[in-house]
Design a protein around this ligand. Structure first.
Ligand SMILES: Nc1nc2c(ncn2[C@@H]2O[C@H](COP(=O)(O)OP(=O)(O)OP(=O)(O)O)[C@@H](O)[C@H]2O)c(=O)[nH]1
Ligand SMILES: [Mg+2]
Length: 573
């Protein structure tokens, strides 16, 4: 009997796609999805690929079950030799022992099955080792594997027990009269049911007088859970002889059943196909569980991203608002501007003022410390608004993210995200200064027209640039009551000054350009701050192709399984 190349191909595709199933955020269920993805990856390599590649490869019967149920003792008793060490101390079996006929040794020594376990020739105490025992008395075609306990106190032991059971063609599931009703064994048995795994259940250490009663109860429980087809064996508890083996008669039934399976190639093929088909069928819902989990991760990342983006967008809008609604004309900037240009009398004819400026050209405006004072007042005050909003935004993102466990985890790991970056204050000041230079350039470019040259020169770039900034500060209005008189006066005056130089039509356009420049500078510096959140989210984001890849793997697998199992159940088999 050959392999099924289409299934092999589908498993390779699945093997390549599974690493994309990542669940970095601690959403509900993420932990179990992580272990599901890991467990599926193991199943593909340990079992599905090798089995699909060689349907006639020897069967692997894994002896698994509860701690201290007597698994190792049972394995020794089946082969009538001490091939694995039973023990009083729990857990006893840490590294699994695989017993096979010498003819099958090569297959099990190759890295085609259970490739991540290191083959050894002695039983170690290490859950990464697989001790292989070639045993001539065992029939060829079926290997027994003594596994660690499924309910071990040791994490690595438990994980390995699970990995091994999922790599088995056949389970010999051992429990004890005292433990068979526990929850853990039934979680496993449920999986065997879902995957249609060929299953035998051994209830060990039954009080001799209660063997029938225990077996009857367990049989009923199995039937109630859809496992009526499981082969059930009850073994009475006796005091063990010095060789530590159960009497042959007590394990005769199980021994015979396994022997039968091993000796008939048709029966072996039946086991291999039943378990393979069941495993493949169970993959589809599990892959869809992974896909749904990835989508939830993606949504959570998107939500965090939107929270940071909208917060910084709001911060930028608030800076723009404060820069245009007259707020800037309330304090220091206004008084410095008034120091420079005077107050009420400025409202007289602007032409008159201009000749006065010309008269006082050397002493009054250009290079005047008062000009610089206005510039500094503007950069200080505007930068302060930007710094304050930047701080608010960082705090606000931290507050919003902390509403979820996963967002909070990020903030705890990166506490700097709850504050502006260390460079921010300086960057904010630099951005405002850069904007002031933008405005100077704007005014200078506008002043290149010959016609307005004299007036332009009379006032100078610096003063006109300041006037333009003052106009920008009240461009969106918002001044009320008494402020209109003072601050409004300042801005009207600035406007008239500009109009006198550039003409009426040009001023509004200039102011709007200057406002756009300011917003761009503000958005630029805030975008750098925002990018800190983006970087973290990018590092946590799932592969954008992950769901599509898993969908493709699932679809390919369904198609391959359909044709493979149609062929396999054809009459010649
Ligand atoms: N008297 C008696 N002792 C038994 C029987 N089966 C197992 N034992 C003892 O119980 C202890 C545990 O048996 P093991 O065979 O090591 O059990 P295990 O299931 O392999 O245990 P772990 O590998 O730790 O999961 C050993 O000391 C055995 O000798 C039995 O039927 N009768
Ligand atoms: Mg053991």
């Amino acid at each position: 009997m050959s392999g099924t190349p289409k299934l092999v191909e589908a498993f390779h595709l699945l093997d390549e796609s599974l690493p994309a199933a990542q669940f970095p955020l601690p959403l509900d269920g993420a932990e179990s999805l992580r272990s599901l993805a890991g467990s599926l990856a193991h199943q593909v390599r340990d079992y599905l690929l090798p089995r699909a590649a060689r349907l006639d490869a020897p069967l692997l019967a894994v002896v698994g079950g509860s701690t201290g149920a007597g698994k190792s003792t049972l394995v020794n008793s089946l082969v009538r030799a001490e091939v694995t060490k039973p023990g009083v101390l729990r857990p006893t079996t840490k590294s699994p022992v695989l017993i096979c006929h010498p003819d099958d040794e090569e297959w099990f020594r190759s890295d085609r099955v259970l490739p991540d376990l290191v083959r050894t020739d002695t039983q170690l105490h290490d859950s990464r080792a697989l001790h292989i025992v070639a045993f001539p008395d065992l029939p060829p075609g079926l290997a027994l594997l003594d596994a660690p306990d499924i309910d071990s106190v040791d994490d690595a032991n438990r994980a390995l027990a699970r990995q091994l059971l999922l790599a088995a063609d056949l389970w010999v599931f051992v429990t004890s009269a005292a433990r068979y009703a526990d929850a853990v064994p039934w979680e496993y048995l449920q999986q065997a049911q879902e995957r249609n795994t060929m299953l035998s259940v051994v209830v060990n250490r039954c009080p001799p007088a209660a063997v029938t009663q225990v077996a009857g109860h367990l049989a009923q429980m199995l039937a109630e859970r859809g496992l009526a087809s499981a082969k059930l064996f009850a073994v009475p508890e006796r005091s063990l002889p010095p060789d530590g083996m159960l009497p042959l008669a007590d394990v005769g039934g199980l021994r015979h059943w396994l022997g039968q399976l091993a000796s008939q190639s048709e029966a072996r093929a039946q086991v291999a196909i039943q378990t393979l088909a069941g495993s493949v069928r169970s993959l589809d819902p599990q892959l869809h569980e992974l896909i749904a989990g990835i989508e939830r991760q993606d949504e959570a990342i998107t939500e965090l991203r939107e929270q940071s983006v909208s917060t910084y967008r709001q911060a930028a809008a608030e800076v723009a608002e404060a820069a245009g609604d007259g707020t800037m004309l309330r304090g220091e900037i206004l008084s410095r501007w008034q120091d420079l240009v005077g107050t009420g009398e400025f409202m007289r004819s602007i032409e008159e003022r201009l000749s006065a400026f010309r008269d006082r050209l050397n002493g009054w405006f250009r290079g005047e410390p008062k000009v610089e004072a206005v510039e500094v007042a503007i950069s200080d005050n505007l930068a302060a608004v930007l710094q304050e909003k930047g701080q608010w935004a960082a705090e606000q993102v931290a507050v919003k993210w902390s509403r979820t466990r996963w967002g909070r985890d990020i903030i705890v790991a990166e506490p700097g995200l709850a504050r502006p970056s260390e460079e921010f204050d300086e960057a904010a000041t630099a951005a405002i200064r850069a904007w002031q230079s933008d405005v100077m350039r704007l005014v200078e470019e506008q002043g290149r027209g010959k016609r307005m040259k004299a007036r332009f020169l009379a006032l100078g770039t610096n003063v006109l640039a300041l006037a333009l900034m003052i106009v920008v500060f009240s461009l969106t209005g918002g001044l009320t009551g008494a402020e209109v008189g003072i601050a409004g006066g300042a801005s009207v005056l600035a406007q008239r000054l500009l109009e006198a130089v550039f003409g009426e039509g040009a001023v509004r356009k200039l102011a709007e350009q200057a406002q756009r420049d300011l917003n761009a500078r503000v958005e630029g510096v805030l975008a750098v701050e925002l990018s800190r959140y983006g970087v973290i989210l990018d590092s946590l984001a799932v592969d954008p192709d992950a769901t599509a890849r898993l969908e493709t793997a699932a679809t390919t697998l369904r198609g391959a399984a359909r044709s493979a199992f149609d062929d396999l159940t054809a009459p010649e088999l």
